[in-house]
Design a protein around this ligand. Structure first.
Ligand code: GLV
Length: 323
């Protein structure tokens, strides 16, 4: 991937940028941003000597109090798609815009994970994984993809991309969102009153909703019980969308046949949690999609410049809506 052309020196913003993430590499992000904005000073949180000199923040899950002394902050960039860890916290300076990344490469990476997890179930791979452990040639005739119904909850940028990719595989895809959306070739449902109908038709349920006060706990035990017996669940969004203990019970009872879980109500998932030991559960440590410096740096730089020119940034989230 080639890096975009650096911006001209006269567009240099004033003020420093602070970077924070426990999971992303500072050096790589710094050089990707520096290629765009060569004179911008980019610091890690522990390098700040003058918090008032920080005008821009690029952070993933910064600790509470992180923004406290940053009195001249002009832009908060969420180093990821879901902004639930930023919205509603007490240390956010009033009126400072928050933006999220909307990077097609990130959406593609997410769709890759969803495709992998869905096709693993659609092709009965867990059955063969288990048979192999018994050295058993356990033929199971493949099902036709259109006979497998996959419901995608959440049809934002990431959900819509994944739903389209699933549909390209010939699977029967149902989409559900809180607000009405239309996707070619996909039967889309909207509103809470249609959720049970969608769940009752899903052989595989893919959860891609943002976590907001309206969606927290949306998939209660009662709702999950609407899924046909033996359905598989894939959660790549946020753990708190689902009642995790009800889900664990349904996996134990077999009402839920299997789950692929990238996110949990508490992360890391505690080592004693029963989910770790369940044969029908595949666990990954919250990495279905990550922010990609080489493709996302340009939109971050663009927003820094927009804010420096007193223009509204792109991809601004609405804190009252929560995404
Ligand atoms: C990852 O979970 C993200 O929201 O980007």
């Amino acid at each position: 991937m080639s890096l975009p052309t650096p911006l001209s020196p006269e567009t240099v913003p004033s003020g420093d940028l602070v970077f924070y993430s426990e999971f992303d590499d500072f050096t790589i992000w710094k050089s990707a941003l520096q290629a765009q904005l060569p004179t911008l000073r980019i610091l890690q949180a522990n390098e700040i000597t003058d918090p008032a000199g920080i005008h821009f923040s690029l952070a993933w899950k910064p600790p509470e109090g992180f923004f406290d002394k940053m009195s001249n902050l002009r832009l908060i960039v969420n180093l990821g798609a879901g902004v639930d860890s930023l919205v509603g916290r007490r240390d956010l300076p009033a009126g400072v815009p928050i933006t999220r990344l909307t990077d097609p490469h990130m959406a593609r990476m997410m769709a890759g994970y969803v495709l992998f997890a869905t096709l693993r179930y659609a092709r009965d791979i867990p059955h063969f994984e288990q048979a192999q452990r018994r050295s058993e040639w356990a033929y199971r005739h493949p099902r036709s993809p259109e006979d497998i119904r996959v419901a995608v909850l959440g049809l934002g940028e990431l959900g819509a991309y994944a739903a389209n990719e699933l549909q390209r595989q010939g699977l029967t895809v149902l989409g559900w969102s809180r607000q009405p959306r239309q996707l070619a070739g996909i039967q889309c449902f909207a509103g809470i009153e249609t959720l049970d109908t969608v769940l009752s038709q899903a052989d595989i349920l893919v959860v891609m909703l943002p976590l907001t006060p309206q969606t927290r706990g949306l998939l209660s035990g009662e709702r999950l019980a609407k899924l046909p017996r033996g359905a598989a669940l894939i959660n790549v969004a946020r753990g708190a969308l689902i009642d995790q203990s009800a889900m664990t019970d349904l996996l134990k009872s077999g009402h839920l046949g299997a789950a692929t879980l990238d996110v949990f109500d508490r992360e890391p998932l505690p080592s004693h949690h029963p989910l770790w030991k369940m044969d029908n559960v595949l666990i990954t440590p919250h990495l279905a999609s990550v922010a990609i410096p080489s493709s996302a740096a340009a939109q971050i730089a663009e927003n820094i410049l927009r804010v420096s020119r007193h223009e509204p940034p792109n991809n601004q989230i609405d804190p009252s809506r929560g995404y």
